[in-house]
Design a protein around this ligand. Structure first.
Ligand code: ASN
Ligand code: ZN
Ligand code: CA
Length: 331
């Protein structure tokens, strides 16, 4: 069935639901197969896929469109439709049928924990878990790039399975930031304009950014031999910065009203190939060439191999991949 959702972040949206035997509608996506549940404030570490309660509704009109809503189904609208958008991005861009490419849908939890200002993916639960924000400035963690980020952790687990520590952990996080952001570019929603800012709706003005990751005060702009000792959400900066440079190039640029200024390690000027090509190269590298122990040097090789497959060894795309890695000090 198709319901109406009064979402928190993108206005009124169509929402795919399933009518049950008792006539009520449930947040079960009939084609993409994900199921959205209320975790009832149980913590992330205590949840499994049978925890919580399925959202049901009599008239198939959901939510009240407000942040920090007392209507618990409001965050569920965003989580449910943004998971659907992420599924559609993978299907239409890469022909990928869900997280494991087997059509299986995840369980999506909202209202996890108490004032839990976070979201995460769990392999063991095959779940996405989202918290309610910090209760003051950060609302529910169910916006599109966040849901794209978390679902992408599932895709990474099912493919390269990048180990979640050291440089491979930074690459795992960068993969989720990059492809999660590409879901936002795919959706191209005028209410959530595509950008190179991550978690800009749910952690305003943004949690991380791609043009100069160090602007968050923690992330690395460039590779160094100690980069793998940073938290994985900060060593990811090297990969995120590569993605920005490969997509948009170095220097200053205003895109959809946001001004970016991207520096290079070696003082070079990089000209971008656009984010569709840069992300297609990353996805092929992830799914064909990267392994659990790939480090930044290995990511350079993996993306060059992917660029060679997609565009040829003498292409502008191949040369740009190399130039962008050199510009983040991965030689
Ligand atoms: N939001 C974080 C992530 O997806 C949560 C975590 O680090 N477990 O990376
Ligand atoms: Zn992550
Ligand atoms: Ca964003």
């Amino acid at each position: 069935a198709t319901g109406t959702g009064h979402s928190e972040y993108t206005g009124d949206v169509a929402i795919d639901t399933t009518q049950q035997a008792d006539g009520t509608f449930a947040l079960i996506d009939p084609t993409r197969k994900h199921v959205t549940k209320d975790a009832r404030n149980v913590s992330a570490s205590s949840l499994n896929s049978s925890s919580g309660t399925l959202f049901t509704d009599a008239d198939n009109v959901w939510g009240d469109g407000r942040k920090f809503s007392t209507d618990r189904s409001t965050a569920a609208v965003d989580a449910h439709v943004n998971t659907a958008k992420t599924f559609d991005y993978y299907k239409s861009t890469f022909g990928r049928n869900g997280i494991k490419n087997d059509g299986r849908g995840a369980t999506v939890f909202v209202h996890v924990g108490t004032n839990w200002d976070n979201a995460q993916w769990s392999d063991s639960c095959f779940c996405m878990m989202t918290g309610d924000g910090d209760g003051t400035t950060d609302p529910e963690q169910v916006d599109l790039d966040t849901m794209g980020h978390e679902m992408t952790h599932g895709v990474t687990s099912a493919t390269a399975n990048l180990r979640y520590s050291g440089e491979s952990g930074g690459l795992n996080e960068a993969t989720s930031d990059i492809l999660g952001t590409m879901v936002e570019w795919y959706a191209n929603n005028p209410v959530d304009t595509p950008d190179y800012l991550f978690s800009d709706q749910s952690t305003p003005p943004w949690l991380r950014r791609f043009d100069k990751p160090s602007l968050d005060g923690r992330s690395a702009d460039y590779w160094s031999k100690s980069v793998g000792r940073l938290d994985v959400h900060n060593s990811s900066g090297v990969g995120n910065h590569w993605f920005y440079l490969a997509s948009e190039g170095s220097g200053s640029k205003t895109i959809n009203g946001v001004t970016y200024n991207s520096p290079t390690y070696n003082g070079s000027t990089v000209t971008g190939i656009g984010n569709k090509k840069a992300s297609a190269i990353w996805y092929r590298a992830l799914t064909v060439y990267m392994t659990s122990t790939t480090d930044y040097k290995g990511a350079r090789t993996a993306t060059l191999n992917a660029a060679k497959d997609l565009y040829g060894a003498t292409s502008t795309e191949y040369a740009t991949v190399a130039a962008a890695w050199s510009a983040v000090n991965v030689a």
